[in-house]
Design a protein around this ligand. Structure first.
Ligand SMILES: [Zn+2]
Length: 655
């Protein structure tokens, strides 16, 4: 995620929105009753090594994976590590490789005074360090190519050793940084994307060598086994991807060995002398939180419970989290949080956004649920974050709202402005189209707000699908999708297929228009006609935006019919499939037909509160245009009276 990245105007709207919403909530923050007794928290403090042995053992993971040993030594003064990456690269594609590219992202990140950088010292043969393997660094692209000494054929492995030094950005609020001060007990070293990470080869793009991008989370990695060794000065607390296998302490430093046991897409670690640590074992997983003393009032017990609730719900709903550890770690950023395998980061800035405490608490819970959910949608089931970044992000947002629904009874619980209200007036407010299925580059080229489509519109479309299929089938679809694709990389068509297999029919009619059209439907009732003789009401509904879209929309919309006294005389939920002709038998003369845009009917609106589309039904009785029948009758009566009176006068006169 890069949740909550705000522009100032949006911030003002959000503040006002949250204030208004907050006014509606009179109750104080209370944990859901089903978990009130589940409160076993250990403050592990200095000696927080805890080996978990009862984590889930998966019977068999299909597929071969690359294997990496990464070992780094942290230098606290220079915010850098000296690193060794042992590569055992598995070629799982049907092509021969002559060279392999690695991302070296750090220099693309934001900084205050000193940029981040990954310097490659050398690449050598794994067994003979005197044999150098040639490599090229393209620093503007943050890419390093290792030129193999022999062709790497499919299903074969290449081995070598990369020595590197990585310095994280000084300050800044990006994905890796050293930030805070010792004086205020707030210094944190956050090492993410800090070592050479192999690029992904796929049939569509070949090698995906995209540089670090500031739009979305520009990551795309294959699963791999990691052994991760971190050596750090004594007195620091280390949070890292993987279970702690071993801890060896000498007089000045401590070496930690972390092992995620199962494949992960990358590893990360964070170090601080000031972390407060809380842990509990839940579902066989050591769930831990790491936070600064300044935020203990917000994090203490709450954060750990939120992480556990998320783990329990997503385990039960999508499929089991197989790793031995799950860490939630405080970080410095201006967005809400960021996901990495087995370890997620949550911004320390929540308390500076100026909301009341109960809103801060809710935001913390929302961001923890969101980032934890990325363990399923990003790490276990992965996708190209540049080509289909909306997929895991949209699904994660939907799932976070499902957490709100499950624990608080409201799918919109965490939506301070509801997606539906935002999406329906988006075009009117911004004048931009909002196609979801676009790469990050296409979004930039078409002036589409990636944040809006991935975090707002995509989860709304998943919710529309849930409402269309029903919760049971929808969740079955997600389960099937997870079961089929964990440890793999997916495309949008994979999730569509999982839902199709559950419901037993093609869902092209749903996926193509809602994910690929630039505009929402905008209905107009172009004709309605009632025959009192046949008692038949016929209506024609047209989607005015259809000419600008590639696919015709289909959705269910409530239709109401009223008589002249405004009484509802007929209602039905109708399917509108592109231009639609409808016909109903109604015994009473109808006066007005209305399409009702409630229940997640998705249309382009000019005004979010204007949720009906009305059309007056002409009658088939004789009508003087512009006059009501009663008025016409009154005029006729006056005219007839006048004629009669005049005639009588004439008779009297003649008498
Ligand atoms: Zn996210």
């Amino acid at each position: 995620m890069r949740n909550m990245k705000k522009k100032k105007s949006k911030l003002t709207c959000l503040l006002v929105g949250i204030f208004l919403i907050n006014c509606l909530f009179t109750s104080v923050y209370i944990f859901p009753s089903k978990f009130q007794n589940n409160n076993i928290i250990s403050n592990l403090g200095e000696d927080y090594v805890e080996k978990v042995n009862d984590y889930l053992k998966l019977a068999q993971i299909s597929g071969n994976f690359s294997r990496y040993n990464l070992s780094v030594i942290l230098d606290e003064v220079s915010s850098s590590v000296e690193g060794n990456l042992t590569v055992n690269f598995y070629n799982d594609d049907d092509v021969n490789y002559t060279r392999i590219p690695f991302h070296i992202y750090l220099s693309g990140m934001e900084y205050d005074t000193r940029p981040g950088i990954i310097e490659i010292v050398n690449v050598t043969d794994l067994y003979n360090p005197n044999i150098a393997i040639p490599f090229e660094v393209h620093s503007n692209q943050q890419i390093m190519w290792v030129n193999l000494t022999a062709n790497l054929e499919p299903q074969k492995r290449a081995e070598f050793l990369i020595k590197f030094n990585a310095t994280i950005p000084d300050g800044g609020i990006d994905r890796a940084n050293s930030h805070g001060s010792n004086a205020t007990q707030s210094r944190i070293f956050k090492f993410a994307s800090f070592y050479p990470i192999p690029c992904v080869y796929d049939n569509k793009d070949g090698w995906n060598t995209d540089p670090y991008l500031t739009t979305g989370d520009p990551f795309y990695f294959d699963m791999a086994y990691y052994n991760f060794f971190v050596e750090a000065p004594n007195g620091m607390k280390i949070a890292a991807t993987g279970g702690l296998e071993e801890k060896l302490e000498n007089s000045v430093s401590t070496q930690y060995h972390f092992n995620p046991i199962y494949p992960v897409r990358e590893v990360t670690f964070s170090a601080s002398r000031y972390f407060q640590v809380q842990s509990k074992i839940s579902n066989g997983v050591n769930v831990s939180t790491y936070f600064l003393p300044k935020d203990a009032y917000l994090w203490n017990n709450y954060a750990l419970n939120h992480a556990e609730y998320a783990l329990i719900l997503f385990n039960n709903t999508f499929g089991a989290y197989p790793y031995p550890t799950l860490n939630v770690v405080e970080e410095y950023t201006d967005y809400g949080g960021m996901e990495y395998p087995n370890q997620v980061y949550i911004s320390e800035a929540i308390d500076s956004w100026g909301y009341p405490l109960d809103v801060d608490r809710r935001l913390l819970e929302k961001i923890i649920a969101h980032e934890v959910c990325h363990q399923w949608w990003y790490n276990l089931v992965g996708n190209d974050e540049i080509d289909v970044g909306f997929l895991d992000e949209g699904l994660t947002c939907w799932s976070t709202d499902y957490y709100g629904e499950y624990y608080y009874g409201d799918w919109e619980y965490f939506q301070f402005t509801t997606y539906i209200d935002e999406v329906r007036v988006y075009y009117n407010l911004n004048g931009f189209s909002s196609k979801i299925n676009q790469t990050v580059y296409e979004c930039i080229a078409t002036d589409t707000d990636f944040y809006y489509v991935a975090y707002k519109k995509a989860p709304l479309i998943f919710e529309k699908l849930r409402l269309t299929l029903g919760l049971t089938d929808f969740l079955e679809g997600l389960k099937l999708y997870f079961e089929r694709h964990q440890f793999e990389l997916v495309l949008l068509s994979d999730i569509q297929l999982a839902f199709e297999d559950v419901v037993g029919q093609s869902l092209d009619w749903f996926f193509f228009p809602w994910f690929d059209n630039f505009f929402l439907p905008k209905y107009s009732i172009t004709r309605n006609n009632y025959s009192s003789e046949s008692q038949n009401l016929t209506i024609t509904i047209v989607d005015l935006n259809e000419p600008w879209n590639d696919y015709e929309y289909s959705q269910q919309v409530p239709l109401h019919v009223y008589d002249t006294s405004n009484s509802l005389i007929f209602n039905q939920i109708v399917w509108i499939n592109g231009t639609t002709e409808l016909s109903f038998t109604i015994s009473k003369q109808p006066h007005r037909v209305s399409l009702i845009y409630s229940n997640y009917v998705l249309v382009q609106l000019a005004d979010e509160f204007d949720l009906t589309l009305d059309s007056i039904v002409p009658t088939d009785d004789p009508v003087i245009p512009g006059y009501e029948m009663s008025f016409f009758l009154l005029i006729s009566l006056i005219f007839i009276s006048f004629v009669i009176i005049a005639h009588r006068r004439k008779i009297k006169k003649s008498i």
